[in-house]
Every structure is written in C-alpha cells, then in structure tokens.
Design a protein around this ligand. Structure first.
Ligand code: AHR
Length: 506
C-alpha cells in the first residue's frame, strides 16, 4: 500500500459544461473498420443492408455521441460520388492511402442510416487532398439542400427525401503530414480551407467547420501550422483539430501511464495559439479544439513492420490493418486521457476516439462469420460516456506523485468529477503499477454510491487482453464505505480505473 490519497470535490466550484460531443468516435474506410467490421453482408446477424446487428449492439453500448467519417487519410483521395447511387453501379477503386481496394459498397447513405440506427451524430470530412472547393460544395449541397437542384434531387432519387442535415464538417485531414495525399504547406492549406469554408457557409449557414490542425504535437511545423491556418480561416471556422496518439515504450511504462499530462500540454499549447491569434468563430465566439483523433496506438510497430509490408504488397479489400490488442495498461491510459479531455471541457469542444471497430478500436470482430467483442479500452470509454455530463469539477488531490522520465512528476491518482443536477460522477485513474492506495473521497453529503473498477483480473497481469473467446478485462464492482463523517473510503488497486457515481443529498 502506498501513501493514502485524499480527494476533495468542492461541488460549488463547478467549471465548464461537459460537451456531450467529447465522447465521439471515428469510422474510416480503412482496414476492417467498415468492411468486415460494421458491414459484413454474409454475417448471420447482418441486416438487409449488410450491417451487423451484433456490432450495432456493441456500438450502442459504447455510447459514442458523434462519429467522424469517412477518414482519416482515406478521405484525401476519396470521391464521395463513388459511394452514392445503386450499389451494383458503384466503381471499385484503389485506395492509395492504405494500399487497399475500395468497393464503395458503403457510402454516405448507408453510413447515415446506420448512424440513425446507432443514435449518434455524423461528422463528415471533405477531401482537400486531391479535391477542393467545388467537390466539397457539391457534397454539402447533395447532403443538406432540401430539393429542386440537380444534386439535392439526386439524393432524393437515391432514396433520401429529407436532407441529411449534417452539421459538423472537417475541412480535410492531417494536411500537414508528408504522408497525406495532397499534403500542403500551412499557407496552401489555410487558403484552401478558407475558400472551402466560405463556399460551404454560402450553401448552408448552419454548418460547423473544423480546420485541420497538426497531426501530432511533435510535428516540426506544430505552432506555425496552427497560427497560419487560423490567420487564413479566422471568422470562417468553429474548431481546429488536434490528433494525439500515445504508445508504450516498454522500458518506460510510467511515462506511458502519464500520457494524460502530454495531452494536457498539447491542448494548453493550442489554447495559447488560439488566444494569441485572436481568431474567432463566425459569430465572434472562441474557436473550440476538436481532438478528433486520439487513442493508444503502437505506431512504432506500424511504421517499422506493418507499413512497409502493406505498401509493397497487393491491393486487398479490407485487410487487417493496425488491429492493436489492448491491455489493462492501455485501458487505464484511455481512461486517464478521457479525464484530461473532461478537465479541458472549457476549450475542448469535441473528441473522437480513433477508431470504432477493428482499427485501433474498442470493438473487434472476428473475420467472416465470427463474433464481435469488447477490448479492454471499451469499458472506460463506455462508462465515462454514460455518466460524464453537466459541469466539470476539478478535485483537490493530496497523495503520492510518480516521477516520470518524460512528463516529470504526476499525481499517482488522476481524477475529475462532473455534477449534473443531483448526480455526481468521479473518474479516477491509478497510475501506480505496483501498489494499491487507500482513498478518502469527500463529496459532501451523498447517497446511492456505486463504483466500478477496471483493473488487472484474477490470474492476469498488466498485459492481459480480451479476445473473442474471453473478456477478462471488464468492470467489476468496487466496495466503498461511507463513514459517519460522510467521507467515502475505498481501496484503489494498483493500475486501475474507477468510476464512482452518487446522488447529492444536500
Ligand atoms: O486513425 C488512423 C490514421 O491516423 C488516420 O487515417 C489518420 O488521420 C491518422 O494519421
């Protein structure tokens, strides 16, 4: 047992409203995310359109509120027209972003129908890699204009009488990255994004637009990129994106577990740039930060082993790409990254766990007719998405700290709380790998206390993963005692993520 941890939640010190869009995800035409993932016509649970009912059930359970589509790197070479109209007439194309073959059997209509069934908002990306203003405008008119024009009537002829009414649009993807199809300088992208935004707003003044920020905090152009893009797009966009992936260096798990500190710094740097440029939204508001790709991803393995193989092989349909198996450690990191995002609800307007199914995803499917199952990271996401609402309270933490080589000293217990009417939720990530800590949690007067923990399962270790055969990494009830003094007391195991919910009584 390490030093006890005392956590105080001052319910009167409420901060920003938690945006429900913080609990978004991402579906890209990549690997087996769409084909052999959400869509698998031969599967026993597939509906008439080919979408798997078992996957849909897990997507609903995960509770993502908004899903970005159709990419990612894929969108930078995508022709949206290929994915609409009779399926048997849709062209098969090379997908140069992922060295795959795209059948176009899923496109805007199918995805939007599936989104309605799953109950999330669609966040659509336009191609600013190989295409530009005209094609983005065409897609918007096709999707959102009621009727009476060639494009809107084409949508109606394709089976959707009412407009899709898509509000959220990404202006391209990771255009700062040399790996991106149509990679651009900040000036080139900034101008194109501004011209596209202007045209899109002429067509539909209700759109919310996301400009592409840096692909990661370590990009050599980070900072200059944001300043230049914001200079061009000021008054035309509503959000600027942040993409952030973290991976474990096996010789330094402590820094990996403290990834939330790195995300926090990244967000703080982008906040400073937004404030320094004075760029505002069209109505004079503050530009939000859209963390529209974040997760744990073993990118070293992808770049050094898998990518060279994939890009010299043939052009398969729906190959296995970056299907990382997530451990208990990864689940705690994902839970902790969510804590950071909630804490920065003052400036982070939305966030998307990348991705939803198979590709670095909380949900996996076995190929062909096999099962769908939950990875370890599914649980902190689903449990947070369900309970985090209302306003943020940043608790006071007195306890042990951990020295990390990359991020300095961090609290062993990372935590945030939300208060929504009389409902209070506290989220905790315990980043100590070896020892438990006794927690005293002062929430004021509460009743109906319930807590669940995701930690190392019986007989497992910190590398334990789930599979189609067994899901040992799953939430379990955590015993909490309420003292005569009203303080909640519980043992937080080493390497654990906890959600505690209660009702305020006074
Ligand atoms: O999510 C996988 C890929 O990561 C996306 O296509 C790209 O935007 C990012 O580099």
């Amino acid at each position: 047992m390490t030093t006890p941890t005392r956590i105080t939640v001052d319910r009167t010190a409420v901060g920003a409203e938690v945006p429900r869009r913080l609990f978004g995800s991402f579906v890209e035409h990549m690997g087996r995310c769409v084909y052999d993932g959400i869509h698998s016509p031969g599967h026993p649970s597939a509906d008439a359109a080919g979408f798997r009912a078992d996957v849909l059930e897990l997507v609903r359970e995960l509770g993502a509120t908004v899903v970005r589509y159709p990419g990612g790197n894929f969108v930078s070479g995508y022709r949206w027209e290929d994915g609409v109209g009779p399926r048997e007439e849709r062209p098969v194309r090379l997908d140069a972003a992922w060295h795959s073959t795209e059948t176009n059997q899923v496109g805007l209509h199918e995805f939007a129908d599936w989104a309605d069934a799953a109950g999330f908002e669609v966040m659509e990306a336009v191609n600013l890699g190989t295409r530009g203003v005209a094609e983005a405008a065409d897609l918007l008119e096709y999707a959102n204009h009621p009727s009476g024009t060639a494009l809107s009537d084409r949508r109606r002829a394709n089976g959707r009488d009412e407009p899709f009414g898509i509000r959220l649009w990404c202006l391209g993807n990771e255009m700062d990255g040399p790996w991106q199809i149509g990679h651009k300088t900040a000036d080139e992208y900034g101008r194109l994004a501004a011209e596209t935004a202007r045209m899109m707003r002429f067509i539909d003044p209700h759109v919310e637009l996301v400009a592409a920020g840096s692909s990661n905090h370590e990009m050599p152009t980070f900072g200059d990129w944001e300043r230049t893009v914001l200079r061009h797009t000021a008054g035309l966009i509503d959000h600027i994106s942040v993409h952030a992936y973290y991976e474990e260096d096996p010789s330094d798990p402590a820094s990996f577990l403290a990834s939330g500190a790195a995300l926090d710094r990244y967000i703080a740097d982008v906040v400073d740039i937004i404030d320094e440029t004075g760029a505002t939204t069209p109505d004079g508001g503050t530009i939000g930060i859209s963390v529209d790709e974040w997760n744990v991803w073993n990118q070293t393995r992808w770049n050094e082993v898998d990518k060279p193989r994939v890009f010299t092989g043939d052009w398969p349909v729906a190959p296995h790409l970056i299907e990382d198996d997530y451990t208990v450690t990864d689940a705690v990191v994902v839970g902790s990254l969510l804590i950071t995002l909630i804490r920065r609800s003052d400036r982070v307007s939305m966030a998307n766990l990348a991705q939803l199914v198979n590709v670095i995803a909380p949900i996996r499917t076995e190929p062909g007719g096999g099962a769908a199952w939950r990875q370890s990271t599914f649980h902190p996401f689903a449990l947070t998405a369900k309970a985090a609402s209302g306003r943020v309270v940043v608790p006071r933490v007195e306890g042990a700290t951990i020295d990390t080589p990359r991020h300095g000293a961090v609290d062993a217990v990372d935590t945030v709380a939300t208060v929504d009417g009389d409902a209070v939720s506290v989220f905790l990530a315990h980043r100590d790998l070896d020892a438990a800590t006794e927690v005293e949690l002062d929430l004021g007067a509460v009743k109906n206390v319930e807590a669940v923990v995701v930690t190392i399962p019986e007989g497992g270790d910190r590398h334990t993963t789930n599979s189609a055969d067994a899901e040992p990494v799953a939430p379990a009830p955590l015993a909490v005692e309420t003292g005569a003094d009203g303080i909640l007391r519980f043992t937080l195991p080493a390497l654990a993520w906890v959600r505690l919910t209660a009702r305020l009584t006074a």
